[in-house]
Design a protein around this ligand. Structure first.
Ligand code: CA
Ligand code: CA
Length: 387
């Protein structure tokens, strides 16, 4: 930007010198020289001011875009407002310049100034117009870049949230590296794992940065998750958009570590198939927890909002020992390794336990689900269907 300012100033000064020489040699009329000098000085000042203002704005916008756009969605609004203000200022200044020049031309014409001077003034006007066009073009380019970044920002619904290892965890996508800030840490994570990076684990003291997948609420039986509860590392995860919930049927949005859903928490208890039917009657399904984020969401909500024995949409009613979610997915070997209360569930006690439950009331403070008789009465959570 400094180079641009210098070039513009040099060009204008050269024009001034040429004008002065021509006028002095050809006319040698002091008054006219003074008028021209005055016009040129005004133009130079205005151009320099414009260029300096735009330079500052460009610097500010670039800094904002580079350092903040990932974190703050509102930056789009800020950038757009700044750009609009600058454009308005430039247009106003340009109009003032043109008006001044038109007045000068009119005065000179009235005073019967020779054609050469008119040409010179016209040349000055052209220079000013060119400068203004260049300035507006630069602003437009910056605006486009900022806006595209903003769109990308909105597209990703980016908003980093900080949490401790006892609140949220994730799985590492790769080996850690060193980053000077969590911002840089996340940018690099996004560039290396554009499809999977949803979180980072970062330590402000050691500047250690570990790329992470989707964050989820703490699952006590998952030793491979990071950060460890005792660690000083923090996890930063991408906040996801909250879905629209059918409030008239009693559904509300719940969010745990960036995973959110529209849930209905029953106010009554009922046997398993009664819960399945109750959810179906509200165009919803008994909650299926077939991923880490979903299981963590179920556990957190059922524990912290009810703390009652609660059905989860998982049974081995069809084939004993083969557990299946209500959406038809089989319980994976991996999930089978951590969702049950350790070490004795599921035990199919008395040969009559086929339905999954979180036993928050009876087994307070104990992590992991249990297989129970499907005929017992439990509370339940329905998930609103989407799409
Ligand atoms: Ca069973
Ligand atoms: Ca059991």
């Amino acid at each position: 930007m400094v180079v641009v300012v210098v070039v513009v100033v040099v060009v204008v000064v050269v024009v001034v010198v040429v004008v002065v020489v021509v006028v002095v040699v050809v006319q040698a009329v002091v008054v006219e020289v003074v008028v021209l000098l005055l016009v040129v000085v005004i133009v130079v000042v205005i151009v320099v001011v414009i260029v300096v203002i735009v330079g500052e704005v460009v610097v500010v916008v670039v800094v904002i875009v580079v350092e903040v756009v990932v974190l703050v969605q509102a930056v789009v609004v800020v950038v757009v407002v700044v750009v609009v203000v600058v454009v308005v200022v430039v247009v106003v200044v340009a109009v003032v310049v043109v008006v001044v020049l038109v007045v000068v031309i009119a005065v000179e014409v009235v005073l019967a100034v020779i054609v050469v001077e008119v040409v010179v003034v016209v040349a000055v006007v052209v220079v000013v117009v060119v400068v203004v066009v260049v300035v507006i073009t630069i602003i437009a380019a910056v605006a486009v870049v900022a806006f595209s970044k903003g769109m990308e920002c909105e597209k990703r619904e980016m908003l980093l949230r900080k949490a401790s290892g006892s609140e949220c965890q994730t799985f590492p996508l790769g080996d850690p590296w060193t980053s000077v800030s969590v911002m840089t840490c996340f940018w690099i994570c996004l560039s290396r794992f554009p499809d999977n990076c949803q979180s980072v684990v970062y330590n402000e003291d050691t500047e250690s940065c570990t790329p992470g997948s989707t964050a989820f609420g703490r699952i006590e039986t998952l030793p491979s998750a990071i950060p460890e509860v005792s660690s000083n590392d923090a996890i930063y995860y991408l906040k996801q958009p909250i879905p629209a919930c059918n409030a008239s049927l009693g559904f509300s949005a719940y969010d745990v570590c960036g995973t959110s859903s529209c849930l209905y928490l029953s106010t009554n208890s009922i046997y398993y198939t009664g819960a399945v039917d109750a959810c179906a009657a509200m165009t919803s399904t008994l909650f299926v927890a077939d991923t880490e984020p979903r299981f963590a969401l179920f556990w957190y909500v059922s524990l912290n909002y009810k703390a009652q024995n609660t059905w989860i949409g998982l049974t081995d009613r069809a084939v004993e020992g083969v557990f299946m979610w209500e959406n038809g997915n089989l319980l994976s070997t991996w999930q089978n390794s951590y969702i049950w209360r350790w070490p004795d569930q599921p035990d199919n006690q008395h040969g009559a336990e086929d339905c999954g439950e979180a036993k928050h009331f009876t087994w307070a403070g104990v992590f992991g689900i249990n297989d129970a008789p499907c005929s017992v009465y439990n509370f339940f959570i329905c998930e609103q269907s989407h799409g």
